[in-house]
Design a protein around this ligand. Structure first.
Ligand SMILES: NC(=O)c1ccc[n+]([C@@H]2O[C@H](COP(=O)([O-])OP(=O)(O)OC[C@H]3O[C@@H](n4cnc5c(N)ncnc54)[C@H](OP(=O)(O)O)[C@@H]3O)[C@@H](O)[C@H]2O)c1
Length: 291
């Protein structure tokens, strides 16, 4: 039995689909408020819970062999990115789980002080490595599926909002490729006890994204390019009445002001371990946007 947290998220949903295609038994950890009927139709066991509650985590981990932690936090990084994962790891040890796959983030090791998500991921990575469990830690760059709503907006308006340096590099990964890597990490010996950066096959500059949209929709992009300073202004204003969102914006600012890409060698290694060629961003978008 696989336990998948974040089962209704961009990665988790695809992981559950793949596992069910392989007829593996899956327990999908979901909130009552989530949209989980698709997972149920695919034959996943639905576990209703909240990752804020240790009791729910304890119950959900009973009788599972594998744990795949894909949940994300919104603005409550301390409880969800940090504490819930620590509790999952403790319960995995208590229940003799065979393998734990953790979705971290590219750059988690860089020590960004102002980015709580990155700090939480790094501490969870350390805890997992020292836990004695078999593990695979995947550090993805940006997910291609995040760009789908922006592409739909672009289709309507031709507009693209690019905050910060347009030359910053990233290697956006196909969310379907990432899900495949997650699932295979449990069985592929070369992925055991590894920390792997995960990106797409090409290093893109952020300004390449509106160009790709433009090619796909045959439309000249209109790029609006404010500096990262606008986020600082927003943070100060929001901090007056919502400190949690102010903290979350620290992670967002870190993402906007730094580069997140994998080297060619890292991609070659990944393709060798998992035995397939990673998909480009343009190919991913064309498949989903049916163009
Ligand atoms: N998105 C990226 O570009 C990116 C890049 C690098 C790493 N990552 C990491 O990859 C992971 C998955 O990202 P994603 O974009 O697939 O996430 P996502 O689409 O934002 O989904 C987050 C998931 O976590 C669940 N969740 C949040 N709070 C919960 C709680 N209290 N109890 C139970 N479930 C809860 C959500 O459930 P609901 O449906 O109920 O909201 C949802 O299923 C995250 O760990 C993220 O940090 C993401």
């Amino acid at each position: 039995m696989f336990l998948v947290t974040g089962a209704t998220g961009g990665i988790g949903r695809r992981v559950v689909r793949l596992l069910r295609q392989q007829e593996k038994s899956v327990r999908a950890f979901v909130r009552l408020t989530s949209r989980y009927s698709e997972l149920e139709h695919r034959g996943a066991d639905i576990f209703i819970g909240d990752l804020h509650r240790e009791k729910d985590i304890e119950k959900a981990t009973q009788g599972v062999q594998y744990i795949i932690s894909t949940h994300g936090s919104g603005s409550d990084s301390l409880s969800i990115d940090y504490r819930a994962n620590i509790e999952l790891i403790d319960q995995a040890k208590a229940h003799g789980v065979e393998h734990f796959v953790f979705i971290s983030v590219l750059g988690s090791e860089r020590g960004y002080e102002d980015a709580l998500v990155f700090k939480a991921k790094r501490e969870v990575e350390r805890y997992l490595v020292n836990s004695g469990l078999n593990y695979t830690i995947l550090r993805p760059s940006g997910l291609a599926s995040n760009l789908l709503p922006l592409a739909e907006q672009f289709r309507e308006t031709g507009l693209y909002l690019l905050i910060g340096d347009p030359k910053n590099r990233s290697s956006i990964v196909s969310t379907d490729d990432l899900a495949r890597i997650v699932v295979d990490a449990v069985t592929f010996a070369e992925a055991r006890n590894q920390i792997l950066p995960v990106g797409g096959p090409e290093i893109l500059q952020r300004e390449d994204i509106p160009r790709i949209f433009g090619r796909i929709f045959n439309k000249e992009p209109i790029v609006i390019n404010p500096p990262v300073l606008v986020i600082d202004g927003l943070r100060s204003a929001i901090g007056l009445f919502n400190p949690q969102t102010q903290t979350a914006l620290g992670t967002y600012r870190t993402l906007l002001s730094n580069e997140f890409f994998c080297t060619k060698d890292e991609i070659t290694k990944l393709e060798k371990i998992f035995g397939f060629q990673l998909e480009t961003l343009e190919s991913f978008l064309r498949r989903y946007l049916a163009v």
